[in-house]
Write a protein of this length. Sequence first.
Length: 242
Amino acid sequence: MKKLTKGFTLVELLVVIGILGILMGALFPAISSAMLSANTTAMSMRGRNLFVGITQANTEREAQGLTSVWPHQTETDGKSDDTDDIAGTAYGTATEYFKKLFDLDHYGKDDWSPYVSGVDIGVLSGSGVPAFTGTLTKNNVGWTIASGITDEMEDIVPVLVSRNADVQSFPTSAGTHDMSTQKDSIELGKEYAAPFGNKACVIIHKGGAAAVVKSRYAKLYLIYNKQSFTIPQGVTMKYLVP
């Protein structure tokens, strides 16, 4: 005779499902935290690569008597009357600037000549921000970038900020700004859910330091490390969102 094999009863299956649910509930915070950490670390590396590419381009141009490739608000700021040069163009958005920086009008052609060498355009996206696939739109740009950056400014000034951070309260007027008492919070995830939503943001400072700022610490005085900085008179500074 064949021996009958008894299967699970409905009650037993429900018990197993319940146990699995409890385990998943216990593990989910740890998994979410690990994923956030991995994504912010990857975004920090992309931001650093973009920053290094820009600073290397500035070094190359300085030797030729040209001004920096940081975006400008006016042609006078860029000190160039050549509208074909990146310093001779005023930018209203980060997307416009990155199109010029990566020479996307000639992308994939023989005469393609980006201002940043050895930097893949993938540094603009990732962590939920869709990659560039031929036409750069604001949806493909994960960064807000500071315009009007000068050599005289302190290294603590944020120059690249992940786009999910609201930068409206970042100081941009000429003069000295004491940030040690500025405890206003920076809103995260207000306009863009990606990257990171309201959980964290990534900031690259003028000195090259990369910082992952969790929502709990997204306050001006902490972002600026309780330091003061000066925007020179006559400089037009603005944060260009995608």
